[in-house]
Design a protein around this ligand. Structure first.
Ligand code: HH2
Length: 291
C-alpha cells in the first residue's frame, strides 16, 4: 500500500496516482480508508468517547486491526454549530495520541487548522495535515511549504463551524466547490508544496445543506477530474440521517453506501468512523471488478 518515503522512493507506480507524505508514499491505485480518531469532548458522532489519550491510542490500534490505511487524529470538533476550541487545549489533546500513533507503522494525519499544532505535529514527524480550512489560517501554508514531504488535505468550507450553515448559499455548488479547490490547490503549489503532496476534499456537511451534499456526490466526477486526488468524508453525517431518518449511531449502512458511491465516482480516499465495515465493503467491491 505504501512505501517508505525519502529521496529514492518511487512516487508513481505504472502511472497510478499516489500521495507523498512525510514517511510514506501512499499508492492510490486502490481506494484507501482513513480512520477517524476524534480526541474531542463534543464531536457529533463520537464526542467524549476517546477523551483520554489511552482510549484514543487503543482506538488507533483497533482501527488498524480493522484495516485502516491512514489514521486521522483530531482535537477540534468542526460539526455545524461547534464552539471554537482554544489552541492550547487542542494541542494538549492531540500531541500524546499523535506521538503514540506515529509508532504504529502507518501514515498518520492531524486534523487541524491551528498553526501551532501544525508546527508541533510536523516536528514530531506527522505524515499529513488534514485542514478543513485549507491552510487559510495565518502561518499554516508557510509551515507546509517549509516542510519537504508532508502531505496535505485541502477541504472546502466557508466561515467557521459555529456559523457556517448561514453561508450555505450557492448558484451551482459543484462549480463553486471545484473552483475553490482548484484555486486553493494552485496557490498551495505556488507557495512551494509539490502537487504530489496535495489531495482535495469537497467538505461534505461544511457550509452545505443536504441538497448541496447530494449534488456533490451525484456530480462528483467533476471534482475527480481536477488534477489532485479526491478525499471524501460522508461518515455518519446529517445528510445520511435526513435520507434514512436514522440518528447518528444508526448510520453505518448509509455511511458504507455513501463511501462506495464516492469511490465509484472517483474518490481515492474515504474518511470514515466505521473502518471494518468500509474495508469489507471495498474488498467485495474490488472482487466484483468495480474500481
Ligand atoms: N469532516 C469532519 C472533520 N474533518 N476532514 C476532512 N478532510 N473531510 C471531512 O469531511 C471532515 C474532516 C467532521 O466529521 P467528524 O470528525 O466525524 O466530526 P467532528 O468535526 O464533530 O469531530
Amino acid at each position: 500500500m505504501t512505501t517508505d518515503s525519502g529521496a529514492s522512493a518511487p512516487l508513481c507506480v505504472s502511472g497510478a496516482r499516489s500521495w507523498q507524505t512525510t514517511r510514506f508514499v501512499i499508492d492510490l491505485s486502490r481506494p484507501r480508508v482513513m480512520g477517524i480518531v476524534n480526541v474531542t469532548p463534543d464531536s457529533f458522532s463520537d464526542g467524549g468517547r476517546l477523551g483520554d489519550a489511552r482510549a484514543a491510542i487503543a482506538h488507533c490500534e483497533q482501527l488498524l486491526r480493522d484495516g485502516a490505511h491512514i489514521l486521522d487524529i483530531g482535537g477540534e470538533s468542526t460539526r455545524p454549530g461547534a464552539a471554537s476550541v482554544a489552541a492550547d487545549a487542542e494541542i494538549e489533546r492531540v500531541l500524546p495520541v499523535l506521538r503514540a500513533a506515529l509508532g504504529l507503522g502507518v501514515p498518520v494525519s492531524v486534523d487541524t487548522s491551528e498553526p501551532r499544532l501544525i508546527e508541533r505535529a510536523l516536528a514530531l514527524g506527522a505524515d499529513i495535515v488534514n485542514d478543513v480550512r485549507a491552510l487559510r489560517r495565518p502561518g499554516a501554508l508557510e509551515l507546509l511549504a517549509a516542510h519537504p514531504h508532508a502531505g496535505v488535505c485541502l477541504m472546502h468550507t466557508r466561515g467557521e463551524p459555529a456559523t457556517m450553515q448561514q453561508q450555505a448559499d450557492y448558484d451551482d455548488v459543484v462549480a463553486d466547490v471545484a473552483a475553490f479547490l482548484h484555486q486553493r490547490a494552485a496557490e498551495v503549489e505556488a507557495a512551494g508544496v509539490a502537487r504530489e503532496r496535495i489531495v482535495i476534499d469537497p467538505g461534505i456537511g461544511f457550509a452545505k445543506r443536504p441538497e448541496h451534499n447530494l449534488l456533490l456526490l451525484q456530480r462528483q466526477h467533476e471534482l475527480a477530474a481536477l488534477p489532485w486526488p479526491l478525499l471524501v468524508g460522508w461518515s455518519r453525517k446529517g445528510t445520511l440521517g435526513q435520507i434514512t431518518g436514522r440518528p447518528v449511531d444508526e448510520r453505518l449502512a448509509a455511511s458504507v453506501a455513501a463511501a462506495l458511491a464516492a469511490v465509484q465516482r472517483g474518490a481515492s480516499i474515504v474518511r470514515v468512523h466505521d473502518v471494518a465495515a468500509t474495508v469489507d465493503a471495498l474488498k467485495v467491491w474490488h472482487a466484483a471488478g468495480l474500481p
